[in-house]
Design a protein around this ligand. Sequence first.
Ligand code: URA
Length: 240
Amino acid sequence: MDDRERLQYLQAMGIDVWVPRDAVAEQPAAAEQGAEDGPGATRVDRPPADDGDTVMQAWRQLEQEVAGCRLCPLAETRTQTVFGTGNRNADWMLIGEAPGQNEDQKGKPFVGKAGLLLTEMLRSLNLGREEVFIANILKCRPPDNRDPRADEVAACQPYLQRQIALIRPKIILAVGRVAAQQLLKTDAPLAKLRGKVHYLEEIPVVVVYHPAYLLRSPLEKRKAWSDLQMAERIYRDLQD
Ligand code: URA
């Protein structure tokens, strides 16, 4: 993507493009950032390097289990499960909260208006949706889009852990407060979680604003942009 195109995406996100791209003074340097996440943070047991057939079989098995899951009461109210979409060898994995009405209808994560903005956020990182893997904490829609309940998260967590273990992403974006709190097992508010790097095992996790929140609070888009830039820097540093 050239600079002009990138600028257009930033403008589509509502970012004031005159903001200096390094204006991220509120963010501590990555080296100063400690892993201060709760002791019960989501575990990622990485499987040993595996041959392609075994990995494909593991994905198939996981997809079937999710599709037929009845481990929590959301099975009664969902239209369908939302497994997650994208590149199963992705460097970047995005984890949201739970399917909403559109996702429940379509069977895909982040469709609808918030999904469009998420796509723009990815494009500002030079990433297409097909390059990343997008999943949620919950695979089923909670009625009326209420927050996930502890029993639902506990039932669904192994599915996400298996997805992470199969993908082995280089970096995870926790999209929104609920996803961040559930993933990192903390009650800390989003304001405390953003702007620093967390770790799930050794995978860096960057917390970003939920696009639905950004649609309601466009003034926060500037901070959202700096969080994305920080994630990009962390990812780039991993390549060195
Ligand atoms: N919000 C989420 O957190 N996930 C989705 O898939 C859709 C909306």
